[in-house]
Write a protein that binds this ligand. Structure first.
Ligand code: AFP
Length: 304
């Protein structure tokens, strides 16, 4: 993908959006430095109490959640926050325009091993639960060797990189991203021997016949980012032992489904687009398939 010749800042680039939305996106960008600065100091801890899903919570996870929620509230632009790390939504300024969903640190098992992890955000005007087709915008941040933001706000999918020399300001890296037509990579989440037989069979087709290269990093943000750049697919299917899958529809599936679909790819729960699923509640899990359309069609066919 070509890199723009002239440096365009995130602030300049999102100016074409409505001013409240661009203000919120820039504020989310502005949270990166304090977050990254804190990471090394909070690497080791584990909280005593598990989260609402009964999972162990890294101290960094819980601190990041608090920091991001406080920072969102300070913008004055957010009236409600639904977070994967909160038992109940945070309600604040009733007249503020946006409702936000948050996976503060996606892939937090990668923290200890210094592998990529990130933050996933969904921005709505409507309250939840509602279909992902109501999203105003969604984005993810990837705290990898470099820090990036990928944004989909109905004007294409753009990637910005935090420039260390420029005081960690985000500048445009790739504009109007589209999945390459021919996919190259495949990421399989979970235990493939626990996959339903039809999906297990299809994984072999993907690797043997379609020659997709297996690359899996264990954080949805990282596995998704490679699909966006190289084409291919990431899946975390229904498992035999866990038919509802692992990923959360509201916090992970829908915001990333919005990005992949705006980049010309497809998202699915195995039957329909993740954006067309009406969540029963914000904590619901879902099988997730995202990637090139042809590959997602293949999954749907394999499951019929
Ligand atoms: P953690 O935040 O607990 O590391 O979970 C990450 C995640 O939700 C998602 O980012 C990964 O795609 C998926 O779980 C990895 O799960 P497996 O370790 O079961 O493959």
């Amino acid at each position: 993908m070509p890199v723009p010749e002239k440096q365009i800042s995130l602030e300049e680039h999102v100016r074409e959006l409505d001013s409240e939305l661009s203000g919120l996106i820039c504020a989310i960008g502005g949270m990166t430095v304090p977050l990254r600065n804190e990471f090394p100091h909070r690497l080791m801890g584990v909280q005593n109490a598990p989260n609402k899903y009964g999972e162990v919570v890294a101290e960094l996870d819980s601190w990041a959640n608090g920091f991001i929620c406080d920072s969102l509230i300070k913008t004055g632009l957010v009236r409600k926050i639904y977070s994967e790390e909160l038992e109940r939504p945070l309600t604040y300024n009733a007249s503020a325009p946006f409702v936000v969903t948050l996976d503060p640190l996606d892939g937090s098992s990668n923290i200890a091993s210094n592998n990529p992890f990130g933050t996933i955000v969904g921005i709505y005007k409507k309250d939840l639960p509602c279909k992902g087709s109501n999203l105003v915008a969604s984005l993810f941040k990837l705290y990898g060797p470099i820090t990036t933001i990928v944004l989909a706000a109905k004007k294409g999918v753009h990637e910005y990189v935090a420039h260390r020399k420029g005081g960690h300001k985000y500048v445009l890296l790739h504009e109007k991203m589209k999945l390459p037509e021919k996919g190259k990579v495949i990421g399989f989440g979970g235990d493939i021997t626990d996959y339903p037989d039809a999906i297990y069979k299809y994984t072999k087709i993907l690797v043997k016949e379609k020659k997709l290269k297996l690359r899996y990093c264990g954080a949805f943000v990282g596995d998704f980012s490679q699909v966006l750049h190289y084409g291919g697919m990431f899946m975390y299917p229904a498992l035999k032992s866990k038919p509802e899958g692992k990923l959360r529809l509201t916090y992970e599936g829908i915001p990333m489904g919005n990005i992949v679909e705006q980049a010309g790819g497809a998202s699915s729960n195995g039957k329909i687009s993740l954006l067309d699923v009406m969540p029963k509640n914000v904590d619901e899990r879902t099988p997730v398939y995202v990637g090139n359309r042809e590959l997602i069609e293949g999954i749907k066919k394999a499951l019929t």
